[in-house]
Design a protein. Structure first.
Length: 323
């Protein structure tokens, strides 16, 4: 793992997303799977950021009436599978041992396996019946950042195919523009965000359920790169699981906008003067707010907003390496 290479990987996001958008304009990457919304029975398995993306995808599909669940590949309680089940195994490297083990456990069930990976010559690719390539390019920093973003984009394409809506090429292109906007203006927003978000008692992040992966992935980036304490939760659930720390710690909250439960957060943070970074939305009590091009579109937010804390993590990691 290398902090400079990680920063370079982030800088490539706009170009790689633009390439993915162009690919989606020409082909449906899920077409070879032959899915039908009326009979689809999907089980997503993966670890870490792959599971974060899968959980959002499965929830979105269920909301559209499609049978879909997401499980940690390491779970001893994987759903029963059989003929007609599609196991969507997600691993950027294609070598996650837990994910490969999960495939061993369903191997004799008759389920078809779709491998979503960034390495088409991987062990996962060898075991899958169909491969959906992430097309994120090599991540030389050793951190799954672009591959996480591309996984979400491919899951939007899966949802579009099953729901009969437009392939999300335009959304992916807008996410490329949003990423470029954040990168171009980094010097204007990053110092204030870093000062507000990184506290002596760690960083807490909250996002609405439909984009919970943004809070989880952002927290992971702080842990994985600069090794900082960070944890993500859902905005509505925040008042049940995280509120307790706002009274007796130097609590720092990164709040991804768009939740109808933000008033529940403000009920406690406003009177306590909690330090808040608001992403994608203006919040009167926020210490700093980060807006970016296209942040009025929820799917653009989904694909773009993690870059804020990824850049914070990258710059802190680089500073640590130079110290």
């Amino acid at each position: 793992m290398n902090p400079d290479a990680f920063a370079a990987d982030l800088a490539e996001k706009p170009a790689r997303l633009a390439e993915l958008a162009a690919a989606l304009e020409h082909d449906d990457p899920w077409a070879p799977v032959g899915l039908d919304a009326r009979s689809a029975d999907l089980v997503f398995v993966g670890m870490g950021s792959s599971h974060y993306a899968s959980s959002v995808a499965a929830a979105r599909l269920r909301a559209r009436g499609v049978r879909a669940v997401a499980e940690l590949a390491s779970s001893d309680l994987l759903p029963r599978t059989g003929p007609g089940t599609i196991v969507v195994a997600v691993s950027a490297s294609g070598g996650s041992r837990e994910t490969l083990d999960a495939l061993d456990r369903v191997a004799d069930s008759g389920a078809r396996v779709v491998g979503v990976t960034n390495v088409e010559s991987s062990a996962l690719a060898e075991r899958a019946d169909v491969i959906v390539p992430m097309l994120a390019g090599p991540e030389h920093g050793g951190v799954a950042c672009r591959s996480f973003q591309h996984t979400l984009a491919l899951f939007l394409a899966l949802e579009a195919g099953l729901s009969g809506t437009v392939m999300p090429a335009a959304t992916v292109r807008a996410a490329a523009d949003a990423s470029a906007d954040l990168l171009d203006r980094e010097s204007a927003w990053l110092p204030a965000v870093t000062e507000a978000a990184l506290g002596p008692d760690g960083t807490h992040l909250a996002a609405p359920a439909r984009r919970l992966s943004s809070a989880q992935q952002s927290a992971l980036m702080l842990r994985e790169g600069p090794r900082l304490a960070a944890i993500g939760c859902e905005t509505g659930d925040w008042a049940h699981v995280d509120v307790y720390l706002t009274k007796n710690t130097d609590y720092r909250l990164v709040l991804f906008g768009g939740s109808r439960w933000i008033d529940g957060v403000r009920e406690w943070t406003d009177p306590r003067g909690t330090t808040i970074v608001s992403v994608g939305e203006d919040l009167p009590t926020a210490t700093v707010a980060v807006r970016f091009r296209g942040d009025e579109d929820d799917d653009v937010r989904l694909l773009s907003e993690t870059l804020v804390m990824e850049l914070v993590a990258a710059r802190r990691w680089q500073a640590q390496a130079q110290a």
